[in-house]
Design a binder for this molecule. Structure first.
Ligand code: ZN
Length: 254
């Protein structure tokens, strides 16, 4: 059980979600509530390892500082393809030279956004254990699948892409199972994994559960739905079957 909340300022306790997962019959042998050999298990406590990876990437010349404002990005970019995806970065700061990258006294990321410079035209391909061959083209033009992506935010919070790659390596994760909305993130993460010299895990992306309006059920919706079922005294297996029947992917595998 790993808690993927990166900001140290978020005070909401993840404990209610543990309760719902236990109600569903899901158990874990390592986690923030029971410790284990690869702790700490909350991302907000793992900053030192993200910082170390950021420094390595920066020294290796993979990153550049981006000073674009939200307004610059909104004006330059077209809408992203997927609801939660970031638009292709138009490349305004791409050619900035990072002249301090070898200075030992300049190794804190706060103050600007840091982007990973994707090789223009590079094809990131992988074989998904559920959805088969996936292929994405990286680059700086709007027609590309993804562009230079954030690895560290100016408010001094590491980006999801970096944190998850660093944690998966440190925790010796061999198989990642997650929603298909993160397929393109996998392509980004594979570039990070290569730059950091890590081994890539296997990936299994599930189709998303959607409601009647075709909106994705985010983890919060799912959690409260399970919570309501639990409090109403519903049986777990019946609820799982019902949720599965709402999602073709789960129905196939149940
Ligand atoms: Zn920029």
């Amino acid at each position: 059980m790993r808690i993927s909340i990166l900001s140290v300022h978020v005070r909401n306790s993840p404990a209610p979600c543990w309760k719902d997962l236990r109600w569903l019959g899901i158990r874990w042998s390592e986690g923030p509530d029971c410790d284990g050999p690869f702790g700490p298990y909350s991302q907000s406590e793992r900053r030192a390892s993200y910082l170390e990876a950021w420094r390595r990437l920066r020294k290796g010349g993979f990153l550049y500082p981006c000073v674009c404002t939200r307004k610059d990005l909104a004006q330059a970019a077209s809408a992203p393809n997927d609801a939660d995806d970031e638009p292709v970065y138009p490349g305004k700061c791409r050619t900035r030279t990072d002249k301090d990258k070898d200075a030992d006294d300049c190794m804190e990321p706060a103050g600007v956004n840091w982007r990973f410079r994707v090789p223009d035209g590079e094809v990131a391909e992988f074989s998904d254990l559920n959805l088969g061959r996936q292929r994405y083209v990286a680059g700086k033009d709007q027609g590309k699948d993804f562009g230079d992506f954030l690895v560290w935010r100016r408010d001094d919070v590491p980006a999801y892409q970096l944190a998850v790659v660093v944690d998966d390596e440190a925790m010796k994760i061999t198989e990642v199972v997650r929603g298909a909305d993160l397929l393109k993130s996998t392509a980004r993460q594979l570039l990070l994994i290569r730059a950091l010299g890590y081994d890539a895990p296997n990936y299994f992306h599930c189709e998303l559960v959607r409601d009647s309006a075709e909106c994705d059920w985010q983890s919060g919706t799912m959690r409260s739905a399970f919570g309501i079922c639990g409090r109403a005294g519903r049986r777990q297996k019946r609820c799982c079957r019902w949720f599965s029947s709402e999602s073709s992917c789960c129905a196939r595998s149940s």
